[in-house]
Design a protein around this ligand. Structure first.
Ligand code: PEP
Ligand code: MN
Length: 449
């Protein structure tokens, strides 16, 4: 067969018998087995060769020659698989990417939290309302958001819906990014609109003008590179549900190696990164580029052990540490990790997730984040790397292209009292379109300081 005809795994995987945190409790195990067998026969969502290509892009990030922009919903939802929502998200990421490319003067590797981000780890297993206790919502791949027994019981059929929702999303993303929609000149024109029309945008006029001049100069010089017309864009999600990820893990016939073909890049979350757990073992066996979220309790020993387990060959691009310490802790906790990892000779990519360490509950009961805290964590992350002479490799953010009111602050300011107006997230609060563009322009300004 052809080179991309991945086969299903036949051996019992080494992670199968290890403790796996945060897995749903399916009442009907036979139904689960049936679904998993069906999924294992479905075609791959991504080609293993694309995962290799992303690994080489991430190698440039790790070596200080590129910057990662990774973003999207906290939790994708089945009923949000629409052309508008996918386009708005992509458009926002592309706009951020254009600003960052100019400011950083290095390629920006664009990776969506998209086409597979349907599963959520939760700190509590149950939720009680008016005396009724039901399983917590764990993402559309597991159960329903509505608070009733029928929706909240984990249903394995949802794993198939996740596959199909991911396939439909990825198909549109591929069409948009290669079919002409994402032309850099168009993306820049959207940024000019933002600068003109948004109250916060005016602060960025200078930067937008410089980008304009650069594009005009290229045009005058008669250049029209193919790179302006299409965009390399990758998918990523948290590899949480091991039944699903295992079913989508295949032997690549080109290399004989295992790849999880549910997405290009996978990450292991803060709640499932136990060294003796199934998630880390799983990640160590697949060739995809892997991220690990590092919270404020991460020890130097843990970080070094992740490197030994996941990147024994010290291959730049293989491993990304996604740091989510919180704005008040990053300056304190991050330096020793970066220092010791660097001293150990590992070339990992360092990326900041300035969202998950800065969540709090507003008086209204909404889970939210302050834009200023998000920005401050990014600043702290940059400061630490500057101090150590290492590379701040990128940002990992929860965002949407829509005008939601989930995080407070930003140039077009959202107040605590506004939160109820358009609070649409199924899980954590996301930056809205304007806050996301603010963040990109402000990170761009950090490059100038
Ligand atoms: C997330 O990325 O949505 C998430 C749950 O993050 P973390 O594992 O860092 O808490
Ligand atoms: Mn989240």
């Amino acid at each position: 067969m052809t080179v991309n005809a991945e086969k299903s795994t036949t051996d019992v995987p080494s992670w199968q018998d290890l403790p796996a945190a945060q897995q749903p409790e399916y009442p009907d195990q036979a139904a689960l087995r049936e679904v998993v067998a069906e999924l294992a026969a479905y075609p791959p969502l991504v080609f293993a060769g694309e995962c290799d290509q992303l690994r080489s892009r991430m190698a440039a990030v790790a070596k200080g020659e590129a910057f990662l922009l990774q973003g999207g919903d906290c939790a994708e939802a089945f009923d949000a698989v629409s052309a508008d929502q996918i386009r708005n998200k992509l458009k926002t990421l592309l706009q951020m990417g254009a600003v960052l490319t100019y400011a950083a003067s290095v390629p920006v590797v664009k990776v969506g939290r998209i086409a597979g981000q349907y599963s959520k780890p939760r700190s509590k297993g149950t939720e009680t309302r008016d005396g009724v206790t039901l399983p917590t919502y764990r993402g559309d791949s597991v159960n329903g958001f509505a608070f009733n027994e029928k929706d909240r019981v984990p249903d394995p059929e949802r794993l198939k819906r996740m596959y199909h929702a991911s396939a439909a999303t990825l198909n549109l993303v591929r069409a948009f990014t290669t079919g002409g929609y994402a032309d850099l000149r168009q993306v820049h024109a959207w940024n000019q609109d933002f600068v003109k029309s948004s109250p916060s945008g005016q602060r960025y006029e200078q930067l937008a003008r410089e980008i304009d001049n650069a594009l005009n100069f290229m045009k005058a010089a008669g250049t029209d590179p193919a790179e302006f017309r299409t965009v390399e864009f990758y998918s990523s999600h948290e590899a949480l549900l091991l039944d699903y990820e295992t079913a989508l893990t295949r032997v690549d016939s080109r290399t004989g190696k295992l790849y999880d073909v549910s997405g290009h890049m996978l990450w292991i979350g803060e709640r499932t990164r136990q060294l003796d757990g199934a998630h880390i073992e799983f990640a160590s066996k697949v060739r995809n580029p892997i991220g690990i979220k590092l919270g404020p309790t991460t020890t130097v020993d843990e970080a070094l052990t992740y490197i030994d387990r996941l990147d024994p060959d010290r291959e730049p691009g293989r491993l990304t540490f996604i740091v989510r310490m919180g704005a008040d802790k990053v300056r304190d906790k991050l330096p020793q990790l970066v220092e010791k990892v660097t001293a150990a000779g590992a070339t990992v990519a360092w990326v900041t997730d300035p969202m998950h360490g800065n969540t709090f509950e507003a008086a209204s009961g909404h889970k939210t984040r302050r834009f200023d805290d998000v920005l401050d964590e990014v600043k702290g992350f940059f400061e630490v790397h500057k101090g150590l002479g290492t590379h701040p490799g990128g940002i990992h953010v929860e965002l949407t292209g829509d005008d939601v009111t989930e995080c407070v602050g930003g140039g077009d300011e959202i107040f605590v009292d506004d939160l109820h107006q358009r609070y649409e997230t199924a899980c954590d609060p996301r930056l809205n379109r304007s806050q996301s563009l603010d963040l990109a322009f402000l990170v761009a300004e950090m490059y100038r300081d």
